[in-house]
Design a protein around this ligand. Structure first.
Ligand code: X8Z
Ligand code: ZN
Length: 598
């Protein structure tokens, strides 16, 4: 008996080591899963490496190389997920069952069955991202006049001239119409792949990654949105009135949606850049960008500050290779994808960020966001490969933002960026600025994938892509295009995550979760006082508990991870409401006599 067992184990091990796990002889779910993980680990790092090179050197060749590597990963993941179906109903450990389920949803793209469709799909995917990365607005025939997203975003952030804003807003959207047909085909092929894995479409596949039924997840995000909608409506009402004072009644309507080019951001997704236009009387606010400039802090220096926050909590320092291999500045001599990102190249310690850092507050916060990903990667790299992911994708996006909520005036004094007593920023100013970033983001965070879910399901057909987009923009955000749009446009394509096929609901979740995390961490740190004044900098106990949650990776259903840190098993926007409670009261006062809504 004992001998047979040993032989069996050995045989399974040999099989795993010598053959591919696809072999029909692989009849042991545990061995199958082990071999699948080791094979996928290699394919994942090949795809990451090729993706890194593509995003850092956008050329025809890198596009093809990256498409090939991701095709191999996507196709093999799909094969393994389909093969694993034969173990349904078999006895196996909970871990193996979980890993087999994760195989089906671990990637945002599924491969169609026909090899030629796989090639086409992967070329479309990497081609669309490259089109975005190369995107430029060229107002005339002179290439010297072309402007990239960085330059156009700077106009959106700093210009207060409605005509100039409109030009930059429209200009960036000229990059997208050529993507439309490709995107339509991409949707068809991606759906084909998702159906092959047993999902209704790619949107259903995305919604299946949350340890709950896909329909329940859709209802869950609606519930969270309803919790915060009254706060958003008050903010919208106040901002619209103040923008109307500045731009005049011809530009900003009294009761309708706000024109999308006036909110300081290319997609009107966060409004912090118009703080000066809507600030309470005499409240200039702290401009971290200016503090950094005054101290001559450069891009590396900004990253060092963010690293310092994490190490103050007890996290390990960044590896030397992070500094050697990351891209921190926009290169002058080539096209790169400037959209900030964090990379776990080999899932074992080769960690990098890629970001065209500028010395300003927005980028200071984004650096913390990116390092949140990096320290998550570092915290779970001991787990088996399929668990080297966050509890759900919202967790990954929330970690760095949680830390950035601790960038308070007191913290800036502690690290020597702000002179003690230099400013007496009042609470309304602090909260309003934060709300312009975080509360304003919520409906945008929700709608990008509400649009894609409908596109993937066919509820929004290809001849209504743009109309469907603007319907959601108006309904949820209360904004309107500043000039008429039509189906000759493809405005969703002008937002990175659409051509890059990055799911977006994660950011909506993160904007809820980060306040839950912040509140829990502040309580653990023994902090008493208003949440917007709490910084957990240097608090080892808070750090230990945060690390404990991150180190779980994807090994357990996300409610367990959430419970580990917060004691709650539910995502809950009450923490957002608590954080902004004093502002809500202030906004309601300000909005008295105004007719809110749109
Ligand atoms: O894409 C990002 C990060 C990289 S994961 C910079 N964010 C979303 C966006 O820029 O649209 C962070 C906030 C939302
Ligand atoms: Zn992120």
């Amino acid at each position: 008996m004992k001998r047979t067992l040993i032989l069996l184990v050995t045989a399974a091990w040999l099989l795993a080591a010598a053959c591919s796990p696809s072999s029909d002889r692989g009849n042991d779910p545990e061995a199958f899963t082990r071999a699948a993980e080791s094979e996928l680990l290699d394919l994942m790092s090949d795809a990451e490496r090729a993706g890194w090179v593509q995003a850092n050197f956008i050329t025809e060749d890198t596009e093809i190389i990256s498409a090939q590597a991701s095709r191999r990963l996507v196709a093999r993941t799909g094969e393994l997920a389909r093969q694993a179906a034969r173990f349904a109903g078999r006895e196996m450990s909970d871990d193996t069952r979980r890993k087999i389920a994760l195989l089906r949803t671990s990637l945002p793209l599924a491969a169609p069955e026909r090899p030629e469709d796989q090639v086409e799909l992967s070329r479309l995917a990497s081609g669309l991202e490259a089109m975005y990365g190369r995107g430029r607005y060229c107002p005339d025939d002179d290439p010297a006049h072309c402007k990239d997203l960085g330059e156009l975003s700077r106009v959106l952030a700093t210009s207060r001239d409605a005509g100039e804003l409109l030009d930059a807003w429209k200009g960036w959207r000229t990059i997208a119409p050529p993507m439309r047909e490709k995107y339509q085909r991409f949707v068809e092929l991606a759906n084909d792949g998702a159906r092959g894995l047993g999902f209704a479409d790619t949107g259903a596949m995305w919604r299946s990654g949350y340890d709950m039924e896909p329909d329940a997840f859709a209802a869950e995000v609606e519930r969270l949105w309803e919790q915060v909608r009254p706060l958003y409506e008050q903010l919208h009402c106040y901002v619209r009135a103040r923008l109307r004072e500045h731009y005049g009644a011809e530009v900003v309507p009294e009761t309708g949606p706000i024109p999308a080019h006036l909110l300081g951001n290319m997609w009107s997704q966060s409004w912090g850049n118009v703080y000066d236009l809507v600030a309470p009387e005499g409240e200039g606010g702290i401009d971290v960008g200016r503090l950094l400039e005054a101290k001559k802090v450069d891009a590396e220096g900004m990253v060092r500050y963010a690293e310092g926050f994490f190490t103050s909590l007890g996290f390990d320092s960044l590896p030397e290779t992070f500094w050697e291999r990351s891209l921190l500045r926009k290169p002058r001599d080539r096209d790169v994808v400037c959209h900030a990102s964090a990379w776990d190249i080999d899932l074992s310690g080769d960690l990098r960020i890629k970001m065209c850092i500028e010395i300003n507050e927005e980028d200071f916060v984004t650096i913390h966001h990116e390092l949140g990903h990096i320290f998550y990667y570092q915290s779970y790299d001991h787990l088996s490969p399929l668990y080297r992911q966050s509890a759900n994708d919202g967790f990954h996006e929330a970690v760095g933002d949680t830390i950035a909520l601790s960038i308070t005036p007191a913290y800036l004094e502690q690290i020597g960026l702000l002179e003690p007593g230099a400013t007496s920023e009042d609470d309304t100013a602090l909260l309003l600025k934060m709300a312009l970033e975080k509360v304003a983001f919520l409906p945008f965070g929700l709608l990008v994938d509400q649009w894609r879910w409908k596109v993937f399901s066919g509820e929004i057909p290809a001849d209504a892509y743009n109309a469907g987009w603007w319907e959601l923009r108006e309904k949820l955000q209360g904004i309107a295009p500043p000039v008429e749009r039509s189906e000759a446009d493809f405005d969703p394509g002008a937002k990175y995550h659409v051509p890059a096929n990055t799911p977006y609901m994660r950011y909506f979740l993160a904007h809820v979760l980060q306040f839950q995390f912040h509140k829990a961490l502040c309580e653990l740190a023994g902090y008493q006082g208003p949440l917007h004044r709490c910084s957990i900098y240097g608090n080892r106990e808070a750090g230990r508990r945060l690390h404990e949650m991150l180190a779980m990776g994807r090994s357990r259903p996300w409610p367990e991870a959430l419970e580990t840190l917060t004691g709650s098993r539910q995502m809950d926007a009450s923490a957002v409401k608590d954080y902004f409670a004093p502002l809500m009261e202030w906004l309601e006062q300000q909005n008295q006599g105004r007719s809110c809504g749109w």
